[in-house]
Design a protein. Structure first.
Length: 80
């Protein structure tokens, strides 16, 4: 996925085919590196509360979370 910042026309590629794998391997650290702090905290809290079970579910929502995050901060998705 590619997103464009409307203020300075910067284009950033934010996800690849293995983003679910990186989320699975690194958990909340993946979200922190991507700058999605809300989900870094939520992922960590849910993993602790559910004794790690949430860590196996969260990667399935990686694309949707990233898309929603960039749309929420005002970036526009570039369609090919």
């Amino acid at each position: 996925m590619k997103f464009k910042n409307p203020t300075n026309d910067y284009i950033e590629e934010v996800s690849d085919g293995f983003s679910w794998l990186w989320c699975f391997l690194f958990g909340p650290i993946y979200w922190a590196v991507k700058g999605v702090w809300r989900h870094a905290v939520v992922h960590l809290a849910l993993a602790v509360i559910t004794f790690g079970a949430a860590h196996f579910v969260y990667p399935f929502y990686t694309y949707r979370i990233i898309r929603n995050h960039y749309n929420r901060i005002g970036w526009t998705e570039i369609k090919f």
